[in-house]
Design a protein around this ligand. Structure first.
Ligand SMILES: [Fe+2]
Ligand SMILES: [Fe+2]
Length: 238
């Protein structure tokens, strides 16, 4: 297993597989960062239920755009470029969760932060102490902001669960997003996921990270008094 720490200059001396995997993982991460605002931004930014929510949502969107910028800078350092990811159609996103275009209720935004941003935190936590130092340096700010997004989603979920219509909409949104969130971890049987670990670009297999996520989030769903959706509904989940 490769465990040395390398910088941008060393990148070009690394084997082709390392170069390809790092470029790929940064591209997917950049795509996910900008993918969230494309799902709910246009519909909800100026239609959030209160000025506080509008303000918070605008900050979340600003932070996601900044996470994109950080990933894009890392890509540009290694002669990549994520600019095309800024404007592409949702249908062309890497992960199904970001292909969604209809976000009919405010509860979906709450569930998105509660579930999808939580996966986002898991994704970036995989890079902690990676073999690519410039990536490691970008992580603390991103992680603490993701924790904020998740916390906001959790608070909004608690609010929704306090009254009948809110609870129903939260459950419906949860049923819809839960399998999409689990699929974000990728296939359980993935050779590539083993290669990422081999090169020190991820810490856990897709299945391990997904399992940890399920344990964390299911407890919270039960605490909210909601039903845990069927985890087997995920398309890639095995
Ligand atoms: Fe993010
Ligand atoms: Fe986020």
């Amino acid at each position: 297993m490769f465990r040395e720490k390398i910088g941008t200059k060393d990148f070009y001396h690394m084997p082709r597989e390392y170069q390809e995997l790092l470029t790929r993982v940064l591209t997917i991460q950049a795509d996910c960062e900008i993918g969230g605002p494309h799902v709910y931004g246009a519909r909800w930014l100026l239609d959030a239920p209160t000025a506080d929510d509008m303000h918070r949502l605008s900050r979340i969107i600003g932070e996601e755009i900044d996470h994109f910028r950080k990933m894009d800078r890392l890509l540009k350092d290694i002669h990549g470029d994520g600019t095309h990811l800024l404007y592409k159609d949702n249908s062309e996103r890497y992960l199904d969760a970001f292909k969604v275009t209809e976000v009919p209720t405010w509860a979906e935004v709450a569930v998105f932060c509660f579930l999808v941003d939580r996966v986002g935190k898991y994704q970036v936590m995989e890079f902690v102490d990676s073999t690519y130092l410039p990536l490691n340096e970008a992580l603390p700010g991103i992680i603490s902001e993701e924790v904020g997004h998740i916390g906001y989603g959790h608070v909004k979920m608690k609010e929704l669960c306090g009254y009948g219509k809110g609870r129903r909409e939260a459950q419906e949104a949860l049923n819809r997003w839960y399998p999409l969130a689990l699929d974000m971890f990728g296939r359980s049987e993935s050779r590539r996921s083993e290669r990422y670990i081999e090169w020190g670009l991820k810490r856990r297999t897709n299945a391990e990270a997904r399992r940890a996520y399920i344990e964390e989030v299911n407890l919270l769903i039960v605490e909210l008094g909601l039903d845990v959706p069927d985890e087997k509904k995920g398309r890639l989940y095995l």
